[in-house]
Design a protein around this ligand. Structure first.
Ligand SMILES: *Cc1c(COP(=O)(O)O)cnc(C)c1O
Length: 213
């Protein structure tokens, strides 16, 4: 049952680690169940799916975008989005800034860093992320703020997972000092315990919360 899963995970993770409930492919009623238990942060991979849910669910939900950015649809979510975890280039940041300005908002974003060499794991290199953070165009924007980094580890190989999370944690600490970053988004259902050991501040849980889809 969703209630048991939710509270047993909550009991075992430190208070300072936030749980993002990844609700992609989940029914409205399942999201409502978690909401009733006090969960307020929900993450989606696709803008269209997020919009459908946003429209009917309580307005105090904090919506997180965790999937590949669809630039032409950003205008739908920028008015309400809480955090975008998956920014990968300056063009996306420019579009977000422009729409945010129109909406009189400042949008917090994370840069998605590629930490696994698996083909289906996207993200940018450390060097590319540094270039964005030092970029004059980015630094002159008033309506977008990069506040941390996000990463997805390899599948199952725990030694790899540890190395990848350790690497991301080191980069996060560097950016924390240099740029005041305060969010490290790493860890999913299968590896969140390891992610927490390596300093994750927000774990993204789908199946472990909602059950298998
Ligand atoms: C689907 C997804 C998750 C959650 O995955 P689970 O294994 O179901 O916990 C986390 N992060 C991203 C980016 C995802 O796409």
């Amino acid at each position: 049952m969703i209630e048991n899963r939710f509270f047993s995970i909550k009991k075992l993770i430190p208070k300072n680690v936030k749980i993002l409930a990844v609700s992609k492919n989940q029914k409205i009623s399942s999201i409502e169940n978690l909401y009733k238990l006090g969960q307020r942060d929900f993450g989606e991979n696709y803008i269209q799916e997020m919009m459908k849910k946003y429209k009917v669910l309580p307005k105090d939900i904090r919506w997180h975008m965790i999937g590949k950015i669809q630039s032409n649809k950003l205008k739908y979510i920028v008015p309400f989005i809480h955090l975008i975890h998956s920014v990968q280039n300056l063009e996306e940041i420019q579009i977000i800034n422009k729409i945010a300005l129109k909406n009189n908002r400042i949008i917090n974003c994370l840069l998605q860093i590629k930490i696994s060499n698996e083909k289906n794991k996207s993200g940018i290199t450390e060097k590319e992320s540094y270039k964005i953070l030092e970029n004059n165009i980015y630094n002159s924007m008033n309506n977008v703020k990069i506040v941390g980094i996000m990463g997805m580890a390899s599948f199952q190989d725990l030694t790899k997972v540890r190395n990848e999370f350790s690497y991301l944690h080191t980069l996060y600490n560097e950016y924390k000092k240099k740029y005041g970053h305060y969010i490290l988004s790493m860890g999913m259902s299968r590896d969140y315990n390891i992610a927490i050991k390596y300093g994750s501040t927000i774990i993204r849980l789908g199946t472990s919360l909602f059950g298998e889809r």
